[in-house]
Design a binder for this molecule. Structure first.
Ligand code: ADP
Ligand code: MG
Length: 698
């Protein structure tokens, strides 16, 4: 008999039109044709698409679906969907359910209301969605979801997915060239793999509802620190609270049904912070799955009386949230190209790919940094928290040693991990890894993959990964160009690795990335340290960035420019919302309570004085509170003035700078006056749930 809870194997993928279902439901030749199309070997024919669409429709209707939608990822970083029902009226006034190949392959949503960064004028409304057959179709609610790319009438990418797909192809092409020349002639295709660890906060819904800042801006804009924060180091990996565990179970079941392989879950460093990690998948599918994960985390939270916060920095003073981007390369013959094996020093393919990544990260550090630049991440990167804004690579002891050997002319040996004995005969000896971990590194080699830790928790993984894919593809291209004309590949490959190891030694850093010493050291090494989001976005249009993205057909200059404008506008809009909320809360919630508090103190002071008793404390409290209230009032006025000024600037980069340089400090001034008042005014009248309540009460 089955448990009350449905068995995992029964629910996993039940709502996905996956290969197993397709094999069952499609004629053999159609399935074969589909697989070839998915591998990019042949184009779609309408006839094939018609058969597939019909099978999808029958399957979806059996599962209770009534609608289908093209599901895409516009430049908002979120997903978009417009639902159409399967009904098709017949002349006799009835209806049949239909879904054609044409409807499957192409949609025509109005593109004018999505950010286009000037690629489209508002009146030029036509946009297309195109079925991305590399990511499986699924059912959610009563709708069949078709993952799609989204472009303008003129063919320019208006979404996150298109450049990602283009970059995967670029990387595969160049990686295959390198593999061929190194003798791995059987590889036809190389996939990028991604496992995105998702961090998030849970806050009780009752608190959330009372905080306009959380509701509208996703983070707290006020709040004195809780007397207890994360200093006890007792939350990370701590026992799951029952209510949280029930929530996580529910999240997992929902995700498993959608074929998202949610695997790891635990408490994170900050109180009320958690993590979910799936098993890795092809980067395109993993990106879709991460969108579904973020959506599911938020949706299911409401069922449990929580709200899930995906913002990079919901609370000041405790850790923010990231999305660790575990990235590797997998051949169609099943080999992970970043797997060192037991003797990495003589694993030429591994060494070439490792060095290619190191060179790419050093050469294009600014572009990589810009791929994670959003308003929320500004509170993490370079703000004394994981990780810094300086891009560096952690290789660990064994690989750093090999890297140094390469620089000296050739790698001859690999350090071994050995065995750990724990001093008790009842404990097993442990095989020891060849290297320790380093949690402070922004780009760390972790055994058989790189973990890019700068990605923000709310970000789509498409951006960072299309950049990573493209810059690595570019270095692989250089290597392939060089080695393809070589008469002695072994000798020339060694020379190439030697040059890379020498030229890029500066990007390797295995120490503590949080220390001030590193900032100084990195400066000496000439590594960029771009802490501000605006400044980082402004580097995107640097010539070498435009060139590299163009060279691999990932984005044209025009498309890149549009994206840069969207990012700057998004920055300004986000800070504009935060500033508006700051004014509203400060003026309409905090100030009135504080004024009333002063009035109460003044009245009490009068009563006490009338009674002939002298009480200095009352007078002192009143003076202190009145001073803070004046400060708050002045800060609000200053913010309002600077906000109005910033709102009137029309050039995106000038406006973004005004928001950063004028509005943000003015918001901070309002906050610090208000937070000081929070520590004075009686708790019962304070209008906002406190940090202590939100972080510790479940
Ligand atoms: P950590 O200890 O770093 O927190 P987790 O287990 O939380 O590790 O997450 C590691 C992630 O890396 C998982 O999503 C896992 O599937 C992913 N991963 C493992 N191997 C690869 C690979 N070859 N390519 C991409 N991602 C990988
Ligand atoms: Mg993890």
């Amino acid at each position: 008999m089955k448990n009350e809870e449905t068995q995992l194997t029964d629910v996993y993928g039940v709502n996905v039109f996956n290969d197993a279902i397709m094999r069952q439901r499609l004629p053999k030749n159609i399935f074969k044709a589909f697989v070839k199309t998915r591998q990019g070997q042949v184009d779609f024919t309408v006839a094939t698409a018609d058969v597939i669409a019909n099978a999808m429709k029958d399957w979806a209707i059996e599962k209770g679906a009534t609608h289908y939608c093209h599901w895409f990822q516009p430049m908002t970083g979120l997903t978009a969907e417009k639902h159409d029902s399967f009904i098709s009226p017949t002349p006799d006034g009835k209806t049949v359910l239909e879904f054609s190949g044409k409807e499957l392959i192409k949609g025509e949503p109005d593109a004018s209301s999505f950010p286009s960064g000037g690629l489209r004028a508002t009146f030029e409304a036509r946009g297309y969605t195109a079925w991305d057959c590399t990511s499986p179709v699924f059912i959610k609610g009563k709708t069949l979801y078709i993952p799609c790319a989204f472009c303008s009438y003129t063919g320019e990418a208006l979404d996150k997915k298109t450049p990602l797909l283009r970059s995967m192809e670029a990387l595969s092409n160049q990686a295959v060239r390198v593999l061929r020349v190194l003798g791995a002639t059987n590889v036809q295709h190389v996939d990028t793999t991604l496992g995105a660890e998702q961090e998030y906060f849970l806050v009780d819904q009752s608190f959330f509802g009372k905080r306009l800042d959380l509701v509208l801006a996703g983070r707290t804009l006020f709040g004195a620190p809780s007397p207890r924060g994360q200093e006890m180091e007792d939350h990370y990996f701590g026992t799951l609270h029952e209510r949280v565990a029930a929530y996580m179970n529910d999240v997992n079941t929902e995700l498993w049904k959608l074929g998202v392989s949610s695997k790891t879950q635990h408490n994170e460093v900050s109180p009320a912070q958690y993590e979910l990690a799936p098993l890795f998948a092809t980067v395109n599918v993993a990106t879709d799955h991460n969108q579904l994960t973020m959506e599911t985390l938020q949706k299911v939270a409401l069922r449990h009386g929580f709200v899930c916060l995906l913002h990079e920095k919901p609370f000041a003073g405790v850790n923010g949230s990231g999305k660790h981007n575990n990235w590797s390369l997998l051949t169609d013959t099943g080999n992970n190209l970043l797997e060192p094996g037991t003797t990495p020093h003589d694993n030429m393919i591994f060494l070439v790919f490792l060095c290619a990544v190191v060179r790419a990260v050093d050469k294009y550090a600014k572009l990589l940094r810009a791929s994670v630049a959003n308003p929320g991440n500004e509170h993490r990167l370079g703000a004394n928290e994981a990780p810094p804004a300086i891009v560096s690579v952690f290789l660990g002891d064994q690989l750093t040693d090999i890297f140094e050997q390469l620089a000296a002319g050739g790698a001859k040996s690999s350090q071994k991990g050995g065995e750990l004995k724990l001093g008790s005969s009842t404990l097993p000896p442990l095989p020891k890894d060849t290297t320790d971990r380093n949690r402070t590194s922004p780009f760390a080699f972790t055994g058989n993959k790189f973990e890019f830790r700068m990605v923000g928790s709310s970000q789509s993984t498409a951006g960072p990964n299309f950049v990573l894919n493209t810059i690595v593809a570019d270095v692989l291209k250089e290597i392939a160009d060089e080695l393809e004309k070589s008469k002695n590949v072994t000798v020339d490959a060694q020379k190439l690795l030697k040059k890379i190891a020498k030229d890029h030694a500066r990007i390797i850093f295995n120490g503590d990335n949080y220390r001030e010493e590193w900032v100084q050291e990195a400066k000496k090494r000439g590594l960029p340290n771009i802490r501000s989001t605006v400044e980082s976005i402004e580097t995107i249009m640097d010539k070498e960035h435009v060139d590299v993205l163009k060279r691999h057909n990932v984005l044209s200059k025009h498309e890149l420019h549009a994206r840069t404008d969207i990012l700057l506008e998004n920055y300004s809009k986000s800070i504009n919302i935060e500033a508006g909320v700051t004014v509203s809360i400060a003026k309409r919630q905090i100030l009135p309570v504080c004024v009333e508090y002063c009035a109460r103190l003044a009245a009490s002071a009068g009563v006490v004085a009338d009674s002939g008793v002298s009480c200095k404390a009352i007078q002192k409290s009143l003076e202190k509170a009145a001073k803070c209230v004046d400060e708050l009032d002045g800060a609000i006025e200053a913010l309002e003035t600077l906000l109005a000024k910033a709102q009137n600037i029309d050039k995106p980069h000038l406006q973004a700078r005004a928001f950063r340089d004028d509005v943000i400090p003015a918001m901070q001034a309002v906050r610090s006056a208000a937070d000081a008042l929070e520590t004075i005014v009686d708790a019962d009248t304070w209008p906002l749930p406190t940090y202590a309540e939100m972080l510790f009460l479940r």
